[in-house]
Design a protein around this ligand. Structure first.
Ligand SMILES: CC(C)(COP(=O)(O)OP(=O)(O)OC[C@H]1O[C@@H](n2cnc3c(N)ncnc32)[C@H](O)[C@@H]1OP(=O)(O)O)[C@@H](O)C(=O)NCCC(=O)NCCS
Length: 151
């Protein structure tokens, strides 16, 4: 990841996040719209135990985002869910997405046993496989990774 990118826990989605919202909307990525909608309504602010929303900043510009929730589709409280991982099209293939996800997985330590997600495209699936996720055929997830070492 470029040295001028800093990962910071997000506590607001203000005007600095606008380019990211516009980038997602122009590419028809619906989860970016939902990230903003759910944040504004208070439906999801990644503020429950073990949860986090990280931003990748280049100066005062938000160039990437990624969140981790407890998985609302799982009855088991030990299941986390990666959500809304998005990097500006102009900033892809620089290692920002990978660093965001690895940091989010570190944040899960002690909270979740596994983390899963639904990949939105074959490219996203390839990205998660490179990061060590396995394919899974569950109704609510396409990829999963254990986050605690086997005893
Ligand atoms: C998927 C996404 C988050 C990846 O972010 P990124 O910052 O470009 O990813 P990285 O640079 O950290 O990639 C790490 C590795 O993952 C793999 N990878 C990343 N994007 C890939 C793609 N489009 N196709 C295949 N492999 C890919 C590569 O092996 C890459 O390493 P390399 O560049 O040295 O070959 C980004 O492309 C994106 O925001 N896409 C649109 C939204 C999306 O699909 N989000 C995922 C939600 S399920």
């Amino acid at each position: 990841m470029p040295a001028d990118i800093a990962l910071v826990r997000l506590t607001a989605l203000g005007p600095a996040a606008e380019p990211l919202r516009v980038d997602g909307a122009s590419r028809g990525i619906d989860f970016v719209r939902r990230l903003f909608e759910d944040w504004m309504s208070g439906a999801n602010r990644f503020d429950q135990p073990g949860e986090a929303l990280l931003g990748a900043w280049q100066g005062d510009r938000l160039v990437g985002v990624g969140g981790l929730n407890r998985d609302p589709y799982a009855a088991d409280e030990g299941v986390g869910r990666l959500r809304h991982v998005y990097v500006l099209a102009s900033h892809r293939r620089l290692g920002i997405g990978e660093t965001l996800v690895r940091r989010l997985l570190r944040e899960t330590e002690g909270h979740f046993r596994v983390v899963r997600l639904r990949a939105v495209s074959p490219e996203a699936a390839a990205f998660y496989r490179v990061l060590g996720f396995s394919d899974c055929a569950e109704p609510a997830a396409t990829h999963v990774i254990p986050v605690t070492p086997d005893p």
